[in-house]
Structure formats: C-alpha cells, structure tokens
Design a protein around this ligand. Structure first.
Ligand code: MG
Length: 485
C-alpha cells in the first residue's frame, strides 16, 4: 500500500494505460468465448453427474423435512450447495418424466406422453425416437465420456437403449423394477393384495433383466444388491474417467416398489423398508462424493440429485411421502411433479435455498451451455439455462410450468399462481373440468388447499394468456407408447 502512495502522476498514467490494455484484451477474449460455439478446453470442462431417484417424494429426505429417514449425505449436499424448493419434473410418471430430462422437451412434443399407456412396458414396441437430441448426445459432442447406470425406461429394444442415444456405456435394469411380474392378476384387488403379501419380497417374482450395454447379464436382477452395485459401477467409471470430462447419469431403480435393500441396510431405518432403501441410496451418494474428493475431481464436478416423479401413494407404507404437497405420483397436483432437487459443486455454486422455479428439462439446456454445445434450433426446447442462478446468484429465467397428463394440459403455473383446468385422481378414470379453473397461490399455500380464483381474476387472466400462447405453438408428436403386445 505504501508503495502505491508514493507513485508519481506519470506512473499512474502508465498503470492506467496497462489497465486499459488488460481490459480490452480481456473483453476480446471473453467476447470471443461467448460467441464461440466451439467447446471449451477439455481440461476446464466441468464434469456432470445427475443422480435420479425413482418415485422418491418431496418429503422423503432429511433436508426436506422427513423425521425418520436419515440422509446425511444429501443433507450435507444441500447445506454445501443449492436446495431448490420449487423444482419440477416434466411428467408425473416414469417414462415421460425421463424423456423430458433427456431431451429438454415436454414429452408431449415427441410422443413420449400418451393417453393409452402412461409408460413403456416390456411388451412395448417403441421408445424415444432417434430424431430426438439427448443430453448425452450433447455432452458427447462436447468431448465428454458418457455413461448411463440404472433405470432407462425410454425403450428396451436395442435401437432405443442408452447406447443408441449418446451413451458410451450402459449398465442397469432398462425399465421399472416391478415389471415382468410372473404373477397373473385377475383383478385390481389381486394386484393390491399381492403387494401386501410375502410374494413381493421374492426377487424371482420380478423377472427383470439387468443389462450391460445391449446384453442381458442377469435375470431376474438381484434387486437386494442393485443400489450397491449401481454405486460401485458409478465409482469405477469416475476413477477410470478422471482424466477426461464426463457425464454420468445414475438413475436408481429404487425406491420404486418392490423395495429391496442389501444386508447392511435392511431392517435398519426407523422408517421401515422404504427408509432402508433411501438410506442406502444416500450412503452410495456419500461414497460417490468421497471418490470425487479422493480423485481431486470435487472442485470440477457438478452433482445434481432429484427424482422422476412423486411418491407412489397407493402403495401405502411402501410408497414415499410428498411432505406438505398434495397427492403424489400420477397426478398433476404438486405432490406428483414437484421434487427435491439439490445442486452441489463446492467453490462453483453459491450455497442457498432457491425458491425460484426450475425443471428437469432445464438440466438439458444448463449443461449444454456449460459444456459449450449449441442448443438445437430446429425444434422447440422447453429447457432454460439455470446457470445464472447456480453460478451468479441471479433470478431463475423460468417463471412458468406446464403440467401435462398424457397429451393434455391439466394445469399451469405462472409465478406464484397455479391454475388447474382439469383434476383427476392419480389412478382414477374420473376427471373434473374446472371453469373457472381452480387457482392456488403456491408460495402461500403449497398444499393447494385454498382456491383463490374468485379473488384473483388478474392472476387467472395472466395464466390464460400464457397458456394460449403455449397452445398456439404446440405440435404434438405421434404417440410412441401406445403400441404393445
Ligand atoms: Mg417413477
């Protein structure tokens, strides 16, 4: 400091000149970087890990208020990173929700949402069309190694598997872990009594395949150890790929029922088997974070954790909890589509609780931007870039959320308000159309208890206008889920 005070006027002018040169050069460099569609230097690229749970509800983590499920690793991620409280998925059931994550598009646009079958089944003919651009393809174009571990559920035939959609490697059960059930149910009552029976505790009841790339390597998959093995594969991949930027998509099959935990976790959680399963997933996440630290990758890796849809409430104690949100999986109430979401990247992401709106579709756009790959311009991409929130402490660009069931728009949110045009039980056939729509202020009333449509005509007007614009641009893709058998 003393030295600077002794500077002469001439020295000050020289410093000013150099400062100007530095600013101009710096501007040109950053301008060139911003304009360039070329991927950034490999060594500078941030690794991306998406950890996706299945049917885990908004209220199922310690950090989101569960009293007896112990999730210390996710809770720590939430403390060190950003905990989002208004984060949504693209649909309230598995297949369309995963299509939304992978493509950054509402599944209705590519036919991955259907009124005939809500998800893909083992006898489904189709899957995610090849014409779609996946997040894995985006990352691969940016020079990333790409791996998918776990549940895919976007088509189990070779042309639809992860290895045909931008992933270098796949290891997992290609659809839900309750499929290929060997029991035959004569009625819905049979089906539900099955879930209360001892039979469901037998892995042989679910003849699901475990695949490595395009080959079946185990059938039925040993589900007691599936979470543990997914974690081990993830850690192996991280260690083997540490010198190259990587994108790891780890989509656990659990806590979708049937629930299975390994010996170290079974019978340990006060929450019962559902808690055992979630605690084992959390433990695996702790191991993954440790492996990042051991390899020195923790400074250059972004980890995001969320779930594909809300809790499967009809499974009673074996289903999860949406906490204070209404309803669960299968419905367009908040409990079906709002999920816990934690972003973790120490030193890069400013820690905090984020109440702005985000969606899984935004991950497509955010990570493409981070990797330096252009967003496809030949189609509508619903994803938005959340990096200003993650890295610059700014507002989320997203103010809207559209809630589809099959190919129909049931509800829409703009800002604080959500309007329901149609409501329906998660699995009930009866639907109710609302005119005027039901209106809830989600920030004041996250449980959607108090219809305020009468007092807020202007909020409804705004939502109607946004929906009208949305509908005007909507082109629905041909139904990819309907053909079976
Ligand atoms: Mg699910």
């Amino acid at each position: 400091m003393y030295k600077y005070r002794m500077d002469t006027g001439l020295n000050s002018m020289v410093r000013l000149f150099y400062a100007l040169v530095i600013i101009l050069v710096g501007f040109n460099v950053s301008h060139a970087e911003a304009q360039s569609s070329e991927p950034r230097e490999s060594s500078k690229k941030t690794n991306v890990i998406i950890i996706f749970a299945d049917d885990l509800g908004y209220g199922d983590l310690g950090a989101y208020g569960h009293p007896t499920i112990r999730t210390p690793n996710l809770d720590r991620m939430a403390m060190e990173g950003q905990k989002w409280t208004n984060f949504y998925v693209g649909a309230s059931v598995c297949t369309p929700s995963r299509a939304a994550l992978m493509t950054g598009r509402l599944p209705v646009r590519n036919g991955m949402a259907s009124n005939v079958n809500r998800v893909l089944f083992p006898d489904s003919h189709n899957g995610l069309p090849q014409t779609e651009v996946t997040l894995a393809e985006q990352m691969k174009n940016a020079g990333y190694a790409t791996v998918c571990i776990g549940k895919w559920h976007l088509g189990h035939k070779e042309e639809y598997l992860p290895t045909s959609h931008g992933f270098d490697f796949y290891y997992g059960i290609p659809y839900s872990n309750d499929m290929d059930n060997i029991s035959s149910f004569k009625s819905a009552g049979d089906y539900f009594s099955f879930w209360r029976s001892q039979e469901r505790k037998d892995i042989n009841t679910f003849n699901v395949p475990l695949m490595r790339n395009t080959e079946i390597v185990e059938r039925p998959a040993e589900q007691h150890t599936i979470t543990k093995r997914y974690t081990e594969e993830a850690i192996k991949f991280i260690k083997e790929t540490k010198d190259q930027p990587f994108f790891l998509y780890l989509a656990h099959n659990l806590p979708h029922v049937p629930l299975f935990a390994s010996k170290d976790f079974e019978g340990k959680s006060p929450r019962g088997i559902y808690g055992d399963v979630v605690e084992e997933i959390d433990h695996g996440i702790g191991q993954i974070l440790n492996s990042l630290k051991e390899t020195g990758l923790d400074k250059n890796t972004l980890v995001v954790f969320t779930s594909d849809n809300g809790p499967w409430l009809i499974m009673n104690e074996e289903g999860g909890s949406a906490g204070l949100l209404r309803e669960g999986k299968g419905s367009t109430w908040e409990g079906g589509m709002r999920e816990p979401c934690i972003f973790w990247a120490p030193g890069q992401i400013a820690p905090g609780v984020i109440t702005d709106i985000g969606t899984t579709m935004d991950l497509f756009t955010t990570f493409s931007v981070m990797a330096g790959v252009p967003i496809p311009e030949d189609r509508i991409i619903d994803g938005m870039d959340l990096s200003p929130v993650l890295f610059e402490n700014k507002e989320s660009p997203r103010k809207e959320m559209f809630y589809y069931r099959g190919d129909r728009l049931y509800a829409a949110r703009v800002g604080d308000y959500k309007a329901h045009f149609i409501t329906q039980d998660a699995y009930g056939p009866e639907k109710t159309e609302h005119n005027p729509p039901l209106l809830y202020n989600l920030n004041i009333d996250p449980s959607e208890k108090y219809d305020v449509s009468k007092d807020n005509p202007e909020a409804l007007e705004i939502i109607n206008k946004v929906v009208k614009e949305h509908n005007a641009k909507m082109v629905k893709g041909p139904d990819q889920l309907k053909d079976r058998g």
